[in-house]
Design a protein. Structure first.
Length: 236
């Protein structure tokens, strides 16, 4: 079957094989920090130096030459290129804040939780590229007087980016693919149901099944199942 409008959602599972740690462990900790300390506006207000230290370390990891997009990232970039070249529509929505999709060649992309290699002004929200360490002494160039900068990351209690565009795409999709995401955190957890309610065929590609409301699923390592599924899709 031919699908003209494809929407893909990716989570931490697609980047795990590249060496990016998944979001949090079974104890609810994120690299030995409580989520409240490093992933909430309140945590940043209480201890901005700790938050900067935490994200500086994660940002530095992206500069490691050993860290590369894996076969799953590359397959999605190939799917986008070939599907769009044939006149189809494609959107990749990622919950990840790394840059592996972009490095793989994905262009029709929404990073709904922000990007590690960006910072933003705490007052205006204006973002800018940032690849090095961020400190309390760094400030914006958009305000007078200049205001502090923070990681351009959507923290708990904040609204993910471009939700209106995402919801519109989900309502128009005829194929929705969820890859490497637990399906537990909203609003992303509701994307499959919204797409299905508007007529899309829904597919889960993951290590194991997370819930029972997908029309079909393929399970195993993302570097295996994603290229296999993309090949099936492109070959009809």
């Amino acid at each position: 079957m031919y699908y003209s409008n494809i929407v893909v959602l990716t989570g931490a599972g697609i980047s795990a094989e590249s060496g990016i740690n998944t979001f949090r462990d079974q104890n609810g900790l994120w690299e030995n920090h409580a989520i409240e300390e490093v992933a909430t506006p309140e945590g940043f207000a209480a201890n901005p130096a700790l938050v900067h230290q935490f994200y500086n370390a994660r940002r530095a990891q992206l500069l490691d030459p050993a860290l590369k997009p894996n076969a799953a990232h590359l397959a999605l970039a190939q799917l986008e290129q070939r599907h769009c070249a044939a006149g189809g529509q494609f959107l990749l929505i990622t919950q990840n804040v790394d840059n592996l999709h972009q490095r793989a060649g994905s262009e029709q992309l929404i990073a709904m939780h922000g990007q590690l290699q960006q910072v933003k002004c705490v007052q205006s929200g204006q973002s800018q590229p940032w690849t090095g360490p961020l400190s309390l002494q760094d400030s914006c160039s958009c305000c007078t007087p200049a205001r502090p900068l923070r990681p351009n990351i959507v923290w708990f209690g904040e609204m993910p980016y471009q939700m209106e565009q995402i919801e519109q795409a989900l309502c128009q999709a005829d194929l929705f693919i969820a890859i490497g995401t637990s399906g537990q955190v909203y609003p992303a957890a509701g994307f499959a149901a919204l797409a299905a309610a508007n007529g899309a065929y829904t597919v889960e590609l993951n290590l194991e099944a997370t819930r029972g409301d997908f029309a079909s699923g393929q399970y195993g390592l993302a570097s295996k199942v994603v290229p296999q599924f993309v090949a099936q899709l492109l070959n009809g």
